[in-house]
Design a protein around this ligand. Structure first.
Ligand code: C2E
Ligand code: CA
Ligand code: CA
Length: 295
């Protein structure tokens, strides 16, 4: 029965309405996932999961205006990439505790950062499960207020695909975040197939252009970046281009009127002590490098 169940999930994952035979490899994968989930649960419970920060730079001034908080998990064999553990956290509902832990660590870090850089704000990623639960907003307000931070020093990032999937409920919940004084950024914009009509009604302040469109600049295709910039201008939204890796991409984005960029070209995600050094050396931002484990 257990094996049949595993095969059934594999069939569903491949698009339903098909026949899949159980293999030992499937069982092994399920076991590995369970082991990983248990280890991740422990890392969340004992708060050893880390929050790293990647700067968002204003192109006209070269100044760091915001940070994105990104979860980092150190295991015995090095850092485990978020692309591996975030989906597991999402499936197991662990994402709610994980998200709150990253928010808690980000608020504590922001207090320290704002002692020397009072204008810097921080963004925390929210997954769809967190957005669906009303309790999350209450907890986030407690975390921010508990650190005596102004609510407008914090924003939350929601992915376009999450919002598109469950639009009506999430729109209502997103409005509560804005009413509470937080701003919202629409992440991975351009990949989530949300309709223009819906975009117009969403309470977001900023679009984050997905890295895949920034990558196209180097092959001479600027059509998508241009279109998103034009759209956001018409809708009165700010734009952050993500995953900027080259001077050419930076120059073209600036020429096309993009205000903010985030990417390895300026800085990789880094832990708080490295970030504080980076901010001190900001006069030469391109020279300072973080220490992302995947570099
Ligand atoms: P995301 O929210 O789109 O975050 C941006 C990702 O792009 C980060 O990957 C960042 O390290 C990476 N990145 C930034 N600049 C560059 C660049 O120039 N080149 C390249 N190749 N990559 C760049 P990371 O940290 O691996 O996170 C991956 C995803 O995991 C995030 O994508 C986000 O969806 C999720 N994630 C990470 N931390 C959290 C969290 O605390 N909560 C939730 N819900 N999701 C998180
Ligand atoms: Ca994000
Ligand atoms: Ca993104």
């Amino acid at each position: 029965m257990r094996n049949a169940d595993i095969a059934k999930y594999a069939a569903k994952a491949e698009g339903k309405n098909r026949c899949v035979f159980f293999t030992d490899q499937m069982y092994q994968r399920v076991q590995e996932r369970m082991t990983m989930e248990q280890a991740l649960r422990l890392a969340v419970t004992n708060e050893s999961l880390e929050a790293w920060f990647q700067p968002v730079v204003e192109l006209s001034t070269g100044r760091v205006v915001a940070l994105e908080a990104l979860a980092r998990w150190l295991r015995e064999d090095g850092y485990c990439p978020p692309d591996q553990f975030i989906p597991i956290a999402e499936e197991s509902d662990l994402i709610r505790a994980l998200g709150l832990l990253i928010a808690k660590k980000s608020m504590a870090a922001l207090v320290v950062i704002r002692q020397t850089h009072p204008q810097i704000t921080v963004g925390v990623n929210l997954s769809v499960r967190q957005l669906r639960s009303r309790q999350t907003l209450t907890r986030l307000c407690e975390l921010v207020d508990g650190q005596h931070l102004p609510r407008d020093s914090v924003h939350f990032e929601v992915t376009e695909s999450d919002v598109a999937r469950d639009f009506l409920l999430l729109e209502e919940h997103l409005n509560l975040y804005v009413q509470a004084g937080f701003s919202l950024h629409l992440d991975d914009f351009g990949t989530g197939q949300s309709s223009l009509h819906r975009l117009q009604g969403l309470p977001v302040s900023t679009l984050k252009i997905d890295k895949s469109f920034v990558d196209l600049i180097d092959s001479g295709d600027e059509r998508f970046v241009k279109t998103i910039l034009l759209l956001s201008e018409q809708l009165g939204l700010a734009v952050i281009a993500e995953g900027v890796e080259t001077a050419h991409q930076r120059d073209r984005l600036q020429a096309l009127g993009c205000q903010f960029i985030q990417g390895y070209f300026y800085a990789r995600p880094m832990p708080l002590p490295d970030l504080l050094k980076f901010l001190t050396n900001q006069a030469e931002p391109a020279l300072a490098q973080g220490s992302d484990p995947r570099s």
